[in-house]
Design a protein around this ligand. Structure first.
Ligand SMILES: C[S@@+](CC[C@H](N)C(=O)[O-])C[C@H]1O[C@@H](n2cnc3c(N)ncnc32)[C@H](O)[C@@H]1O
Length: 307
């Protein structure tokens, strides 16, 4: 029990660096906007940075599909003098989420994609190949399909396709084949078992890169389990429709599949005369930020304004 409690306390202390927060505050013009929808509230680190820029009539709305993290955000924001609501929803349902609190339009939408440090560093959540834990990877723990289900039930071809499409993994076929062989003896149920199986399928040449050889497969599984790309496509369209004229939308992405979706969506809306693109090229973290948080090095920020 004591161990459990101390783990809980430890998790509450986890810090998530708010990627490109200076640029976000500046380019989304947080100071002059009233209704701010943070579609990925995470650990509330962006929210805490926004707090100084919020006026008495500003309203911060934080959405996250992970109920656990929202409890932590609530603890943090309750100590401040700001008007806020937190909603446990998928941002693909951002319209439904806002309806719940009687909001029909907003001035800002922010998406900071992926997972938080809280999720990544908690072994129980199964997101990391460096921590032994169950093969889970669900951002929303009430959802039905976990990484365990995919790894142990999909066909070899289905697994190969997931690894190729969402991980752009060169050795997808070999890895899928090894996984099918291994699971015939016993289910693959932990992050360590999965990592070992991936490593055993890789040729020696795959070990010479800086990036851990299991990175792409873990990314692919996470995207598949949480249907991340579908949620992004739907969430972006809904957010743009809910934006007030003059309002801004910002998206921070961490891999090319996400960035491609954002770039195309903004382009499409811009050609329809709905959005004006503010960042012709994506913004990336500056030297100062990289010195503080090297993990943000793959971040790309795109911003557009509703016409
Ligand atoms: C990178 S973290 C955000 C960190 C946050 N900006 C902060 O400063 O603490 C991403 C968060 O988005 C949430 N998330 C990812 N996809 C989501 C979706 N489709 N709907 C709602 N929340 C989502 C994750 O659960 C995670 O908490």
């Amino acid at each position: 029990m004591n161990q459990l409690l101390s783990r809980e306390m430890q998790m509450k202390e986890i810090f998530h660096y708010p990627v490109m927060y200076r640029e976000v505050i500046d380019l989304l013009d947080i100071k002059n906007k009233k209704i701010i929808v943070d579609c990925t509230a995470g650990l509330g680190s962006h929210a805490l940075k926004f707090a100084d820029s919020l006026s008495a009539d500003s309203y911060y709305i934080g959405i996250d599909k992970d109920e656990e993290t929202l409890k932590i955000v609530n603890d943090k924001l309750s100590k401040l003098n700001i008007k806020f609501s937190l909603i446990n929803e998928d941002f693909a349902n951002v319209d439904v989420a806002l309806k719940k609190i009687g909001i029909s339009r907003a001035d800002i939408f922010l998406f900071d994609l992926g997972i938080s440090m809280y999720q990544l560093t908690n072994p129980e959540r199964g997101f990391s190949f460096t921590n032994e834990g169950p093969l889970d990877m669900r951002m929303n723990r009430a959802s039905f399909i976990s990484a365990y289900d995919l790894i142990n039930n999909l066909s070899e071809l289905e697994l190969e396709n997931i690894f190729k499409k969402f991980g752009e993994e060169r050795y997808s076929r070999r890895i899928a084949h090894v996984l099918i062989e291994k699971r015939q003896h016993e289910p693959i149920s932990t992050t360590t078992q999965l990592t070992q199986a991936i490593l055993s399928a890789m040729p020696q040449s795959a070990f010479k890169y800086k990036i851990h050889p299991a990175t792409r497969i873990f990314q692919a599984l996470r995207i598949a389990v949480n249907r991340e790309l579908e949620a992004l496509e739907t969430g972006l369209i809904k957010a743009v429709n809910l934006l007030n004229p003059g309002g801004r939308i910002g998206v921070i992405s961490f891999h090319s599949l996400e960035d491609r979706i954002v770039k195309h969506a903004f382009k499409e809306f811009s050609s329809q005369g709905v959005l004006k693109i503010i960042t012709k090229k994506p913004i990336t973290p500056g030297k100062e930020e990289l010195a503080e948080n090297i993990a943000s090095r793959s971040g790309k920020l795109r911003i557009a304004e509703k016409i």
